[in-house]
Design a protein around this ligand. Structure first.
Ligand code: THU
Length: 160
């Protein structure tokens, strides 16, 4: 038996203003996208913004449903919007922001497990890492250089 180091590293920024201009701009799109979330049940609005290889930006937000499991997260709305409209365009980065009317989100809100898995599929498909930048309403921002780094022991099509 030996211990394996999963070795994920991330960058922690004190706030959005410490990000590069490109990342800050992308995060602003994610924050703006929270405003159009349809989240009447959780009151938890998430926005996601994808920076595409041609520097266009595609956004998404969470869409809830009275039949709760029929709703969808912001990240998957955004990546499926991108992949369905531009199947051959690569994604460079994704920024994620969240705001809740129940509590002040003063720490970074990472993508849920299902979104990590979904995003990972497209990272593998395009053969190029996707940077992930996420925050809450304010405060610290986390940045990683790939989806894979958020998903140790990930499952992909090589097992099929
Ligand atoms: N949500 C997202 O949009 N992204 C995540 O990664 C986590 C959760 C949404 C789903 C639901 O509408 C609300 O946040 C509360 O879970």
């Amino acid at each position: 038996m030996k211990k394996i180091n999963l070795g994920t590293t991330a960058l922690l920024f004190e706030d959005i203003n410490q990000l590069s201009d490109v990342d800050k701009n992308l995060m602003k799109f994610a924050v703006k996208a929270t405003k159009d979330a349809y989240a009447p049940y959780s009151k938890f609005s998430v926005g996601a913004a994808l920076l595409m290889e041609d520097d266009t930006i595609i956004t998404g937000n969470n869409q809830e449903n009275a039949a709760y499991p029929s709703g969808m997260c912001a990240e998957r709305v955004a990546i499926w919007k991108a992949s369905s409209s531009f199947p051959n365009k690569k994604v460079k980065k994704i920024a994620i922001a969240a705001i809740s009317s129940n509590k002040k989100l003063d720490r970074p809100v990472g993508p849920c497990g299902a979104c990590r898995q979904t995003l990972f599929e497209y990272e593998v498909k395009q053969g190029k890492d996707v940077e992930v930048i996420f925050m809450g309403e304010f405060g610290n921002v986390i940045k990683t250089n790939s989806i894979a780094s958020l998903l140790p022991f990930s499952f992909d099509n090589t097992y099929l």
